[in-house]
Every structure is written in structure tokens, then in C-alpha cells.
Design a protein around this ligand. Structure first.
Ligand code: ADP
Length: 301
């Protein structure tokens, strides 16, 4: 039985570099095309597995050529995929990513099969959820499905870690039953309507989310680390200064590592520090999943 069930997206990232972004109607030359497995759900599952947890992924891929590649990649990272459905009626989720010479990116995400995960897929998980220690989920599968999973996890007594990403302006109701909420600045802003323009503002927004009844709120603050807010404490965990190569999946590394740290019995501050280290390590290598650190690397760091 798994330690952690991850309900979420599995994508193939189609990445191409160009010296200049095309304008509408324009064709430009690109280079260095690569297909790289991604999706927040899959990245977080891989992050937790890399750190030694038993992880089971729940979601959908298509029956197109990307589907088996995505699944094989999950398996090779040690993530269980027997609960991932190969959907006959939709392509696998893809993110088409164009990187320019200045390091700016333009991204189009076509969710495909990720949008076809159903509430019934979730109801089939009761036994699995009951026996696992944490449910980790995000907002890259339909909201009613995420909410059904949170309700079911609550029913069977499995704590929920929600990474409310990408930014979505959902009501407080959608956060009901979540034990640990992880959001970056723009996601926190979407949930509260309050701007996170400064460090002080981040603290305010953290307390605002905490007052909504979420026991543990963690705001990730990029180079500034993370802010842990509960009803009785607000603790800033700074990130170490490093040479940043690529921040893709830093947030996903953070969430996966947080789940593993809690699983290992670390207290909240210690777990936030562990996750912050994992997030920072993920910024030091290129790519999403290739940059996810191992337990030895986080310890050493
Ligand atoms: P997201 O990628 O979801 O926007 P953040 O940018 O807040 O999330 O990054 C998540 C975590 O990754 C941070 O809490 C921090 O630990 C680490 N991190 C991100 N950017 C940097 C950076 N420039 N320097 C050091 N650590 C970073």
C-alpha cells in the first residue's frame, strides 16, 4: 500500500528554443526540440518517490503515443501507475513550451485526458486512500474531482495536502477539508483577492488563509523561501542563496518533499525547511523531473 496517493495531471512537455518568439502569423526557426514528461501531479509524485516514499499516481493519459511514454517515465521513477486510466477519447495532456534567448517562456497547455478524470475515478479509490498516509492534489484536474477526492479522504481519515495550483479563484468551500495548503504568491492572491506585494503582505495573506479554517498554510516565496502559518505560529523559513539555473518544478519539488517530510514524522517547521531545501535544489538543474533531488542530496544540502 502506498504512503502517498497523488491525484493530478500527467503531461508531456514539448519544448523548443528560439532566438525570438513568433508574432501572430509569423514563422520562426527553433532548435533543441525536446519532449519531457511533466504536469504538476506527475512532478509531485516523482518528487516524493525520488525521496523514498511509496507513491501511487491517479489520473488519466491518452491512448496516443505520449500515453505509454508518460506512464513508463512514472514507473522508472518508482511511481505506481496501476490507477492511471488510458482514456480512449482524448489525447494525453501536453504543454507546448517556447523558450526564447532571454529565458522568457510562452506556454500553451492542452489538458486533454487530464480534464476527463471523473468523480467516479475518485470513488474507486476509497480502499487505496484509506490505507495511504496522505493525499496530495492540485488544480490541474477538474475542480469537482479534486473536491470529491478531498471529501473522500476526509471520510476515510487520510490528511490532504492541496497545492492550489495553477492560480484559481475558488471560494473558501473548495478548501474545506484540506489540512495543508501550499500556494505561491499568485495562487495565494487568487484565493484571497489580496495582493502579495511584499513580505509583510505575504504574512497577512497567510493569516487570512489560516482564518478560513485551514490548519496549515504554507506560502512559497521563491528565492525568499517559505512562510508557514498556523493558528498559533507564523515562521519564515528562508531559502539558501544559490546559482539558479531553472526554476521549473521548484514548487512541485517543494510539495513532494513536504509530503515525505510529514510522512517521516518531522514537525511542521522541520518539514517546511526540508521542502524548502528540495525546492531550492530543484532550481539548480535544468528541467522539471530531472532536477528533483534525492533524499541524500536534501540531507547534504
Ligand atoms: P512556484 O515554482 O510554485 O512558483 P516558488 O517560486 O515559490 O514556487 O518556489 C518554490 C520553492 O522553491 C521556494 O519555496 C524555494 O524553496 C525554492 N526556490 C524557488 N526559487 C528559488 C530561488 N531563486 N532561490 C532559492 N530557492 C528557490
Amino acid at each position: 500500500m502506498p504512503d502517498i496517493v497523488v491525484l493530478g495531471s500527467l503531461n508531456m512537455d514539448l519544448v523548443v528554443r528560439t532566438s525570438q518568439m513568433p508574432r501572430p502569423g509569423e514563422t520562426v526557426r527553433g532548435s533543441g526540440f525536446a519532449t519531457i514528461p511533466g504536469g504538476k501531479g506527475a512532478n509531485q509524485a516523482a518528487a516524493a518517490a525520488r525521496l523514498g516514499a511509496q507513491v501511487e499516481m491517479v489520473g488519466r493519459v491518452g491512448q496516443d503515443p505520449f500515453g505509454p511514454v508518460i506512464l513508463e517515465n512514472m514507473r522508472s521513477q518508482g511511481v505506481g501507475v496501476s490507477r492511471v486510466i488510458a482514456d480512449a477519447d482524448a489525447p494525453s495532456g501536453v504543454a507546448v513550451i517556447v523558450l526564447d534567448a532571454q529565458g522568457e517562456n510562452s506556454i500553451v497547455v492542452a489538458p486533454g485526458a487530464n480534464d476527463r478524470v471523473t468523480v467516479d475515478d475518485v470513488y474507486a479509490l476509497r480502499g487505496l486512500l484509506a490505507e495511504s498516509r496522505y493525499l496530495v492534489t492540485q488544480f490541474e484536474t477538474p475542480l469537482p474531482v479534486v473536491q470529491a477526492a478531498i471529501r473522500l479522504a476526509n471520510e476515510v481519515g487520510t490528511p490532504v495536502i492541496l497545492n492550489a495550483a495553477p492560480a484559481l479563484a475558488v471560494g473558501t468551500d473548495a478548501l474545506h477539508g484540506v489540512q495543508v495548503l501550499v500556494v505561491n504568491e499568485s495562487e495565494a492572491q487568487a484565493l484571497t483577492g489580496s495582493e502579495v506585494s511584499s513580505f509583510t503582505a505575504a504574512g497577512e495573506v497567510g493569516r487570512q488563509l489560516s482564518r478560513m479554517g485551514i490548519p496549515v498554510v504554507i506560502l512559497t516565496l521563491g528565492a525568499r523561501g517559505a512562510l508557514l502559518v498556523t493558528s498559533d505560529q507564523a515562521v519564515h523559513v528562508p531559502a539558501r542563496r544559490v546559482d539558479v539555473v531553472d526554476t521549473t518544478a521548484a514548487g512541485d519539488a517543494f510539495v513532494g518533499a513536504l509530503a515525505v517530510a510529514l510522512l517521516r514524522g518531522m514537525d511542521l517547521v522541520e518539514a517546511t525547511r526540508y521542502a524548502t531545501c528540495a525546492g531550492t535544489l530543484a532550481t539548480m538543474t535544468l528541467g522539471a523531473q530531472p532536477s528533483l533531488p534525492t533524499a541524500e542530496q536534501v540531507q547534504a544540502f
